[in-house]
Design a protein around this ligand. Sequence first.
Ligand SMILES: Nc1ncnc2c1ncn2[C@@H]1O[C@H](COP(=O)(O)OP(=O)(O)OP(=O)(O)O)[C@@H](O)[C@H]1O
Ligand SMILES: Nc1nc2c(c(=O)[nH]1)N=C(CO)CN2
Length: 596
Amino acid sequence: MSEAQQGAGAPVEDRHPDVPAAAPVEAVAPAEQLAQAVPAAPVEHFTQAAAAAPAEPAAPVVTAAPVGYAVPDAGAFAAAQAEAERVPAEEPVRAAHEPFVDEDRDQPFPVATTTAETTPPAPLPPLPEPADVPAQRAPVEAQDLAETPTEHTVPDRPVAHQPEPVHQPEPVHQPEPVHQPEPQPEPHPVPEPEPARPLDRLDEAPTGFVPVVLALGANLGDAQQTLRDAVTDLDRISGLEITDVSPLARTAAVGGPDQPDYLNAILLARTTLSPRALLHAIQGVENVHGRVRAERNGPRTLDVDLIVFGTVTEFTEDLELPHPRAHERAFVLEPWSQIAPDAVLPGLGGGPVATLAATAPDRGGIRWLALDWLTDAEPEPEAAPVAARAEEAPAATVEPARQDPATSAASPQAEAPAPEAATSSTRPAHPGEAAQPVPHDAGGHAPVPAPVNPFVPEQPPAAPVPPSAPAQQEQAVAEPGPFVPSFHPVHPQDGQEAPHAQVPPLWADVSQAAPAAEQPAPAPQPFSPAEQGSPQFHPVHQAPAGSFQPPQAPPAPHAPGHPEPRSSQPGAPSVQQPPVTGTPMTFPADLRGSSS
Ligand SMILES: Nc1ncnc2c1ncn2[C@@H]1O[C@H](COP(=O)(O)OP(=O)(O)OP(=O)(O)O)[C@@H](O)[C@H]1O
Ligand SMILES: Nc1nc2c(c(=O)[nH]1)N=C(CO)CN2
């Protein structure tokens, strides 16, 4: 016990008889603490502090002028004031007091007599050092205080209880008047800032444009519209320019909980951002579209993954390049190979994208691709849907797209409900527009007739696609002509004329498509949302006029789960297709020069 604490047991004669011995003792703080907590101040200051205390004053104390706040009415206050004035200002009240080191025990001192506080006062919060208090502020505040009743000197009246200000130091010993600051609220715990992460290679911005591949996915809300908007938003990122957009794939969800099918697409782009800056930028776009990171592989309004950044291979806590699961995801590889048939995924597990797509476990879950999904016109209610049929499901290398077993065989439209179709059969095509009944195709989207494809303005008629007998479909799938894209419609509606080979419909089954590597490298056409108002993808899958050769021979049997043979078809140039080797990753060469 410190000396001050020992001294707290003041002589009884120094106390008012009503004051229990323990109360003031407990209320007394060590002198050193008081000296620090309560800077030197004249009594007037402390009476102000006492008046601000929440305790109820005891009736006898009300006569003390300093507690005019507590006087119930004007008459009582006047009486109290008169009483106070009767007492010589210099005459101190006698009270218990913990002597300071430089005081005598019986030394008189002025006190503020205010309340009948019986509960121990709350401990004073730590205060700034007196040196921190601007000295020039004291007179101003003292003047303020002088305008209050607290300027009255303390009367010599019996004190029922010793309030906290009793223990304030005497001004004579600490003549510098410093106002006591208001008690500070309990400080809230401030979360520790994350330690600065050391910069690494992924923070380095390239000196020039670097080609990148982004993967988009969505299976909540109006997924197609979200993906459209995301393309626009991504292209608006300073330092990122989209150069190509893949067709849109409808894919069975891979991993995670039971959830709706996804719509997936791939963007080719180029950037001057560092890999990590790009990651943060695309995460910003995810957030704008309401992305909630609730669970791994869970459903989401929008997912944007950075698949490759040039040929960078790097593994860090927050960013891995290439994307660690890209090599096994057909929902990434297949759309990617559509627009970059010769692309090669670098790194461990990498290889030619088309080959990886052909063997990816979820390949069978890719069911539809839409060509002009960024620009397709408003669906026409009377438009005939481009149907998929249950029997056209892939030759099931692995798991097919999730189907409703009750309806899949009976109705193409019901085969694989689109995310939005699961909840509503009407949807506004654009935010703010009134919802219209929309006849969905199997992909959940109203079809757009082939001629609306804006990328095929003038094409000579092409050889018709074989009828839709299953055997012929199989043949067509296995043996596409040299320029038929892998998502070429091989399943025209019964009774409908097949679309031109060069004009794929909006949706087409790719589940049995041949590897896309047979396609010629696309003539790159820069994506330019600025001039189009809305982004478009490029018709990189359009065959040159007249180049389509219908299949003439049945396909060679091949083992399920393995890539179909490139071609056994006489005359098909695909037989000359070079073996799959680790050719460098290629990207469109005519990347835009102007920044978006
Ligand atoms: N190449 C990458 N692209 C995107 N995110 C990455 C990449 N590498 C690491 N990450 C990290 O992964 C974290 C989780 O990403 P996200 O929420 O998109 O995962 P997910 O979509 O559920 O699963 P998956 O990554 O398999 O697609 C991100 O916060 C990010 O830091
Ligand atoms: N079909 C499909 N499945 C997924 C996808 C996705 O985009 N498409 N994204 C996931 C997490 O990123 C998990 N599973």
